[in-house]
Design a protein around this ligand. Structure first.
Ligand SMILES: Nc1ncnc2c1ncn2[C@@H]1O[C@H](COP(=O)(O)OP(=O)(O)OP(=O)(O)O)[C@@H](O)[C@H]1O
Ligand SMILES: O=P(O)(O)OC[C@H]1O[C@H](OP(=O)(O)OP(=O)(O)O)[C@H](O)[C@@H]1O
Ligand SMILES: [Mg+2]
Length: 283
């Protein structure tokens, strides 16, 4: 049987985290910057390193079976692919932004204006839905500079921290979409056993990423209250301590839950709380 192929970004914002995710799934491969394809030595998979713009169509057309790419690029290319898994990295928004002192105040003010973007398809859809007729100027990068060069009245681009907007004297004006990295497949491939195995590994890595292993010490009298605060995978493991009447409680907990509960745990008598990363969670 031929190896499956997965396409990931060759360099850029998603490259490192895509490579790391596959490595965390136990896949061994060389990540030479110069090679465009590499074979995984311990799993029937080849990895293609591509420009992210090409990934949705390569997957749609079956040149690659799977891909990791931003949702914004899938929307822009309008490729027909299946979403297998949201991956939780590459999170950003796509927004229309205008210069600080612009007289554009409401959406209808965009009528007749020029908007610069690298995402003309997504923008056109939004403008059509909002019944706005504007002049879309396609620019492939550094879009934020175009109002200062008097090339456009507004821009439509990716925003994460907002730092690039600020440093170019722009303010967000309208939120159009949010995006994150997605594992995609061509239609009909998700029943393939190799895809299922890879999905299972990816999900166990993602589950672990948002989970912490917690060990804390508590006096037996306070144990029930501590346990009620700690819903573990099933129930916590208890290990008696040398000091009589004290136990160590071992459990896993979502990081979000942990930060919410830490003060309650301390108030309930938890001591010596140690928090450790979890590598994989198989359920
Ligand atoms: N500032 C950001 N914060 C978070 N995610 C981002 C940010 N900028 C981009 N992304 C996400 O990462 C993807 C890749 O961004 P990048 O800037 O590397 O693209 P690119 O320059 O088009 O890369 P390529 O050379 O592969 O065409 C984007 O499509 C988006 O989904
Ligand atoms: O809101 P911020 O955190 O400032 O991020 C937004 C910027 O990030 C991306 O560009 P990137 O830095 O990847 O460079 P690029 O334009 O070369 O793709 C994007 O195109 C924005 O310009
Ligand atoms: Mg690109």
């Amino acid at each position: 049987m031929k190896n499956l192929k997965i396409a990931i970004q060759k360099s850029g914002r998603l490259n490192e985290k895509s490579v790391q995710l596959l490595k965390n799934c136990g896949l061994n491969f060389e990540n030479y910057k110069s090679s465009l394809i590499t074979t995984v030595s311990n799993f029937p998979l080849e990895i293609l390193f591509l420009r992210d713009d090409d990934i949705p169509e390569y997957v749609q057309d079956g040149i690659a079976d799977l891909g990791i790419v931003g949702e914004n690029v899938i929307a822009e290319t309008e490729a027909e692919v299946r979403y297998l898994q949201r991956l939780g990295f590459g999170k950003c928004s796509l927004k229309i932004a205008v210069p600080n002192h612009s007289d554009i105040r409401e959406l209808s003010d965009l009528n007749g204006k020029a908007i610069a973007t690298s995402y003309p398809v997504i923008l056109q859809k939004f403008l059509t839905e909002s019944r706005i007729t504007a002049d879309i100027r396609m620019i492939s990068g550094s879009v934020e500079i175009s109002p200062a060069l008097e090339l456009s009245h507004a821009i439509f681009d990716i925003v994460s921290t907002g730092g690039t907007l600020r440093s170019n004297g722009l303010v967000p004006f309208a939120d159009v979409m949010t995006s994150e990295a997605i594992l995609i497949s061509k239609n009909g491939i998700d029943s393939n056993p190799v895809v299922r195995e890879l999905m299972q590994r990816i999900q166990s890595v993602l589950r672990a990423a948002e989970t912490k292993y917690v060990v804390l010490n508590v006096e037996r009298d306070n144990l029930n209250e501590i346990i009620s605060l700690l819903p573990g995978v099933k129930s916590p493991t208890l290990v008696p301590l040398a000091e009589e009447n004290w136990v160590a409680v071992h459990t896993v907990i979502s990081e979000q839950d942990f930060w919410e509960k830490i003060n309650k745990l301390k108030a309930a008598g938890a001591q010596g709380i140690v928090v450790m990363p979890v590598e994989k969670i198989i359920i």
